[in-house]
Write a protein that binds this ligand. Structure first.
Ligand code: KMH
Ligand code: ZN
Length: 275
């Protein structure tokens, strides 16, 4: 079986220090959290950035400062900026970090309810626009799918030339408004992607570790981190993103699944080797 790529979604745009005091906002806090995840075995950092007060931003300058600072401590890690940003941001605002030409970035494949009155909007034209930009800039998209219909959308836009193969999906499961996080939901998504595609599972809240187990057994990849879940186990807050990654590493070892280094993750994801 392929080695396991562990992604750490260290920060997100919605989770706050009120949920877990270790949620990073400042440059130093982002570096601390990325380093803890990298040292524990994460080969990929999914990155949102905040102002020092916690306000989400897609500022290219803020991304650059934080990416450069993470790079110093985690020289070979894959850094994948979010183009989802936070609910309500404009498309061009969201696309700013792609100007830094990262190896990867997220590409959200549909619109969904995002709690209360919030709608995370990704129209078909938005997805085409983001897909086209990423092709032009040589960025591999991680296709964020919150429901089965979003896989269908990604496959259709692939046929129309807006997304290139081999595709890499992230099944984000258990968001209120998206698909649930039960095993039957996972089996449905997993069976709906092409055979040459790779996938990661990001289970939200209590779904994080059960779905990690499913992906580990199935040969898929795993995302954990404060963006998705702040608990190490029921009622116990994780002290760092690294603790969440360590738990995945322990589970993977129990099932005989080796952990991918960043170089191995690049190979699995068909990214260029680091120069
Ligand atoms: N913060 C959500 C609205 C992504 O990173 O591409 C969008 C999100 C997805 O987190
Ligand atoms: Zn995200």
């Amino acid at each position: 079986m392929e080695k396991l790529i562990i992604t750490a979604a260290i920060c997100g745009a919605e989770v706050l220090k009120e949920h877990n005091p270790a949620v990073p906002y400042t440059v130093e806090e982002c570096v601390r959290e990325a380093k803890s995840a990298y040292n524990a075995g994460a080969s990929l950092i999914h990155l949102h950035v905040r102002e020092d007060d916690g306000t989400p931003t897609q500022s290219k300058d803020r991304f650059k400062v934080i990416i450069d600072a993470i790079r110093k401590e985690c020289p070979d890690v894959i850094i994948q900026p979010s183009t989802g940003g936070a609910v309500g941001m404009t498309n061009d605002e969201r696309l700013q970090p792609t100007e830094l030409l990262p190896e990867m970035a997220t590409l959200d494949c549909g619109t969904l309810n995002f709690g209360g009155d919030d709608i995370f909007e990704n129209t078909e034209n938005t997805i085409k626009y983001f897909g086209q930009r990423m092709i032009e800039r040589g960025i591999k998209p991680e296709l964020e799918v919150f429901d089965k219909s979003m896989i269908d959308m990604a496959l259709r836009l692939h046929r129309k030339g807006f997304i290139q193969a081999p595709m890499h999906f992230d099944f984000v499961m258990g968001v209120n408004g998206g698909i649930g996080g039960e095993l039957r939901d996972f089996v449905f998504l997993r069976g709906s992607i092409p055979s040459d595609a790779t996938y990661t599972v990001a289970g939200i809240g209590r779904y994080e570790f059960p779905l990690a187990v499913a992906a580990i057994i199935d040969g898929g990849h795993v995302r954990v981190g404060f963006e998705d879940n702040v608990y190490l186990s029921k009622g116990v807050l994780a002290r760092s993103n690294g603790e969440l990654v360590e738990k995945v590493v322990r589970i993977a070892r129990e099932f005989g699944r080796d952990i991918a280094t960043p170089a191995e993750a690049r190979q699995i994801l068909s990214l260029k080797p680091l120069q």
